[in-house]
Design a protein around this ligand. Structure first.
Ligand SMILES: Cc1cc2nc3c(=O)[nH]c(=O)nc-3n(C[C@H](O)[C@H](O)[C@H](O)COP(=O)(O)OP(=O)(O)OC[C@H]3O[C@@H](n4cnc5c(N)ncnc54)[C@H](O)[C@@H]3O)c2cc1C
Length: 512
């Protein structure tokens, strides 16, 4: 049976991911925060926890504040492939940055996989880590050409890749590349293991602490969450995207990606990671949990708040059925990632932020790798060490020309949505026109409202203006949330912030 409509959801959507049952095992305790800390890390995903552990190991006294529970964000909705090749391909990095940048990233990505393996081995974490071959395959002439460039640039960058006679899947292809020593793991079991070690070393984790405000005075940050004040010398926004309106909201575009975990009639599960070259591309891998095999298929990505999420799931399911003999679809979930305008993440000092304020964002679909690089770069910045990669990925870097084009395109789209979505809501005379478990932006008694009707017919009305930059939110009927098409802020049916850069909830409207 498909798992959705989770009652106590511990992820930022209502659909349960394959990893979620494991996240229930981690119940971080609340701690006293009276004294000051060296570092406050905000966000309990893979970036926050890896950074916190690295700094605690280096002798810093750290505290991690998570709005909900560890793994609540995209880390709980990822597909957890570990790759040495990136969504921005090496030919793109060669031309938009430099060949030197490609070499540096190739070496760094390889070393991250080793680092994760060594954490898992060293801490005895049962995180289902396995090395796998990774295949990238073309299906037409245009993709063939691109594949050839990827082969050449990747080899030049030092990646272990070669031509392959198989793509590891029962899907027809023209040419395929094999990337050696890729890997996969269970992201929630992994972060739970790191969190346990972090606490063993004296680090503090506070869950249920949404940081609403921060100030900086006399060399000290003060962060305020509900009923809680935390003081620290350095502050790390490990929130996937930093809150508020800043340069990085403009340089990252929010996207959603969809994943199915299914069982196969013939039991013939691919023993690899594999990727086609469509836009958006499909990704494939298998995972065994409690003796049961699953095939994970992902794709159907689109900009958040721009397309119909139910249609995206349907499209992915049709694609899966066309290529595999499916027995059951057990899990179906979607999650959010951020595409940086120039192709590489932004890791380091927050531009325009207070001193000693760090950020890690723009990971595209490679956050399992970039989270670890973020931890290294931010730790080095805090510890006063040189980090060459930190210079390349600095959030204050100047935009290359290609990034500038994307920057204009993304922000023109934001401007368009800001204006266009203010018109054209459906005029309704009564909330009876809204179906059960449906949300709609409507014109009701002269006011534009976001209305949701639950399974019992109870109606919640909200003002549909995103509290981040004022765009109009759209209904996501697959994850039952209000999603902002501009910067990816997402809100629950009762208006609570569930992800993205806003920190204030949507205003409630009393219809009575
Ligand atoms: C469907 C999908 C598949 C993917 N597959 C892969 C893959 O195979 N390989 C790969 O490398 N990458 C993949 N990615 C990308 C990767 O999953 C993410 O980049 C990564 O999980 C981001 O981790 P994070 O810790 O930075 O952010 P998150 O996991 O989103 O964590 C941020 C945390 O911050 C908390 N938070 C936010 N605001 C506040 C606040 N004000 N106060 C306190 N806490 C706050 C949130 O509750 C959340 O728990 C995928 C992404 C998607 C969407």
């Amino acid at each position: 049976m498909e798992k959705d409509q989770l009652e106590n959801n511990n992820r930022d959507g209502i659909r349960e991911s394959l990893w979620q049952p494991a996240s229930l095992s981690q119940t971080p305790q609340n701690h006293s925060t009276e004294k000051g800390y060296d570092v406050l890390i905000i966000g309990g995903g893979i970036t926050g926890i890896t950074t916190a552990l690295m700094l605690q190991r280096a002798g810093k006294q750290c505290i991690l504040a998570e709005a909900k529970n560890l793994g609540y964000g995209t880390t709980g909705g990822t597909s957890a492939h570990l790759n040495t090749f990136l969504d921005s391909t090496y030919p793109e990095i060669d031309s938009d940055f430099s060949k030197e940048a490609s070499k540096m990233l190739a070496e760094a990505t390889r070393s991250v996989i080793e680092d994760i393996k060594s954490n898992i081995d060293g801490l005895n974490i049962d995180a289902d880590f396995e090395y796998k071959d990774g295949f990238l395959f073309s299906q037409n002439d245009k993709e063939d050409e691109e594949l050839q460039q990827i082969l050449e640039s990747s080899q030049e960058a030092g990646i272990a890749v070669s031509e392959s006679a198989t793509n590891g899947l029962p899907i027809p292809f023209k040419r395929a590349l094999k990337f050696d020593q890729q890997a996969q793991f269970h992201p929630i079991k992994y972060i739970n293991g790191l969190a346990t070690e972090f606490e063993r070393l004296g680090g503090k984790i506070i869950s249920g602490a949404m940081v609403e405000n921060t100030t900086f005075k006399d060399g000290l940050h003060q962060a305020t969450a509900k009923d809680l004040i935390i003081n620290a010398k350095s502050l790390v926004w490990a929130t996937h995207i930093p809150p508020g309106i800043n340069l990085l909201s403009l340089r990252n575009a929010p996207y959603r990606s969809y994943v199915l975990a299914l069982t196969l009639q013939d039991g013939n599960y691919p023993d690899c990671l594999s990727y086609d070259m469509k836009e958006p591309y499909h990704y494939f891998r298998s995972h065994e949990i409690d003796g049961k095999h699953y095939l994970l298929i992902g794709g159907a990505d689109h900009k958040t708040g721009h397309e119909d999420p139910v249609a995206a799931f349907n499209e992915l399911e049709s694609y899966a059925r066309a290529n595999f003999k499916i027995a059951t679809i057990d899990y179906k979930w979607s999650s959010q990632y951020y595409v940086p305008v120039d192709g590489l993440p932004y890791i380091g000092q927050l531009p325009g932020g207070d001193e000693h304020t760090y950020v890690a964002t723009g990971f595209n679909g490679n956050g399992m790798i970039f989270s670890n690089l973020s931890a290294r770069i931010i730790s080095d910045l805090i510890l006063g060490k040189e980090n060459e990669l930190g210079k390349l990925l600095s959030p204050s870097r100047l935009k290359p020309v290609s990034g500038f084009t994307e920057f204009i395109k993304e922000n023109a789209d934001v401007a368009y949505r800001f204006v266009a979505d203010r018109f054209g809501a459906k005029l309704i005379e009564s909330t009876s026109e809204i179906e059960l478990e449906e949300g709609k932006i409507v014109d009701f008694e002269g006011e534009k409202l976001a209305i949701y009707k639950d399974a019992d017919g109870v109606v919640t009305a909200l003002r549909p203006v995103c509290t981040h930059a004022g765009c109009i939110v759209n209904w996501n009927n697959a994850e039952k949330s209000w999603d902002c098409p501009c910067h990816g802020g997402r809100f629950s049916v009762s208006g609570e912030v569930i992800t993205g850069p806003p920190r204030k909830e949507l205003e409630k409207v009393d219809l009575s």
